[in-house]
Design a binder for this molecule. Structure first.
Ligand code: ADP
Length: 400
């Protein structure tokens, strides 16, 4: 096993999350976050392992400036964790959309950059920000190898019948309109981990992963390959999410444009930012901690919202059980999946036909790997905390 430090970078349009991970021990040496890049009040949070977390409010006019500050913090004489940039052996970038060009992670070359740019159309908010992160690192660490790990890559094994929409076929040929799916790094990490936990070969299992965070998606992983997933051309499809609607009748868009006298763009913004559990709860909250409290207090808005959320997850589990002609293991992961026994119970209450028997004591646990079904349960249900940064660091090292 190589012994290098990998800087994992996740660039959003105005934010940048980072972790420095040692490839041998797989320990996080330092991590942090730059927020409000290019906006007034930019700030960096930096936390070295075992050290004190610091917050620095300082202008960051762009992502290059943000990465310069991150590298400065990592090599700082007092609070730094490495002596010089030479001790950072590689950079792994989280990239959102690789389209059909990337079925796996890749080392970043000029050609690769061009191919990522070609996918900008498919993820106009995310991909350009990811590319800015890459060019900023290139400028500051020109000799350090970099890898790109795509959110879409794991799903590229889906068969045609799963990724095609019922649209005129030439839209696929002309514009590549199809299902891509996202959260691939998480679905891949969690499903592989699930096989380890149950002590069976990844290639022999039918696994359903429910990644339930602010963004949420379900995937079906058969014999180690993704065969279906709930997000589509964009992350808007599928589950009811924090603020995204998930599946709706597409005719609703025209209907609402007419009723509300709004443009398609305005309604799309509602579907992405004002819908999901936030919208369904009457703009109460997109956070499940708040919703759970309100549910327990008997609030009708919270009850309808959480029931609709859990029902949609259960419906996808049913669909993917059919797609794989069975299921051996169901996994819950991400913010809600890892931390909400309440939602896990609600979802599993629909799964009696799979012989699922929850172990109430195990199910109260939060944020740790645990089997939450009884030994006699017909199907195993696991909680597997996701670790996208570690998965990106591993992929990066494997490519070197
Ligand atoms: P993302 O990475 O998509 O922003 P996360 O995976 O971090 O999302 O999940 C964030 C969500 O997890 C929060 O919106 C919140 O609803 C949920 N969450 C976090 N902690 C808890 C908890 N203790 N109980 C219930 N839900 C929680």
């Amino acid at each position: 096993m190589k012994d290098i430090n990998v800087l994992v970078i996740n660039c959003g349009s105005s934010s940048l999350k980072f972790q420095l991970i040692n490839s041998k021990s797989e320990a996080v040496i330092a991590k942090g976050l730059c927020e409000r890049i290019g906006i007034e009040g930019s700030q960096m949070t930096y936390a070295p392992a075992g050290g004190e977390k610091t917050e620095t409010v300082t202008p960051m006019k762009d992502h290059t400036e943000a990465i310069r500050l991150v590298l400065g913090a990592l090599t700082d004489k007092e609070n730094g964790v490495v002596n010089s940039l030479d001790e950072i052996g590689a950079v792994g970038h989280r990239l959102v959309h690789g389209g059909e060009n990337f079925a796996s992670s890749t080392l970043i070359t000029d050609e690769v950059l061009k191919a990522i740019e070609e996918c900008n159309d498919l993820a106009p908010l995310h991909n350009p920000a990811n590319l800015i992160g890459i060019s900023a690192c290139k400028e500051l660490m020109p000799n350090t190898p970099m890898a790109g790990v795509f959110d879409t890559a794991f799903h590229q094994t889906m068969p045609e019948e799963a990724y095609l929409y019922g649209l005129p076929y030439h839209y696929y040929e002309d514009y590549k309109v199809r299902r891509y799916g996202f959260h691939g790094t998480s679905h891949s990490y969690v499903s592989a981990r699930a096989a380890d936990i149950v002590g069976k070969k990844y290639e022999d299992l039918k696994i359903i992963v429910c990644h339930l965070g602010n963004g949420a998606s379900v995937s079906a992983v058969k014999n180690g390959k993704c065969v279906d997933t709930s997000m589509g051309l964009t992350p808007l499809e599928g589950l009811i999410m924090g603020t995204r609607s998930g599946d709706i009748d597409p005719a609703i868009i025209e209907f609402l444009c007419n009723k509300e006298n709004k443009s398609v763009q305005e309604i799309m913004s509602v579907l992405n930012k004002k819908s999901g559990v936030f919208g369904l709860s009457g703009d109460f909250s997109s956070d499940f901690r708040d919703l759970e409290k309100a549910y327990r207090a008997g609030e009708a808005f919270a009850q309808r919202t959480m029931k609709a959320f859990a029902y949609r997850v259960a419906k996808y589990i049913g669909a993917y059980t059919a797609a794989m002609n069975g299921v051996d293991v169901i996994c819950f992961t991400a913010g809600i999946g890892e931390n909400s026994p309440f939602i896990r119970t609600m979802v599993c209450s629909y799964l009696g036909y799979l012989g699922i028997e929850l172990d109430e004591e195990a199910n109260v646990k939060r944020g740790e790997e645990v089997e939450i079904t009884t030994p006699g349960s017909g199907t195993k249900v696991l909680v597997v905390p996701t670790n996208e940064e570690l998965a990106i660091a591993r992929e990066t090292v494997a490519l070197l």
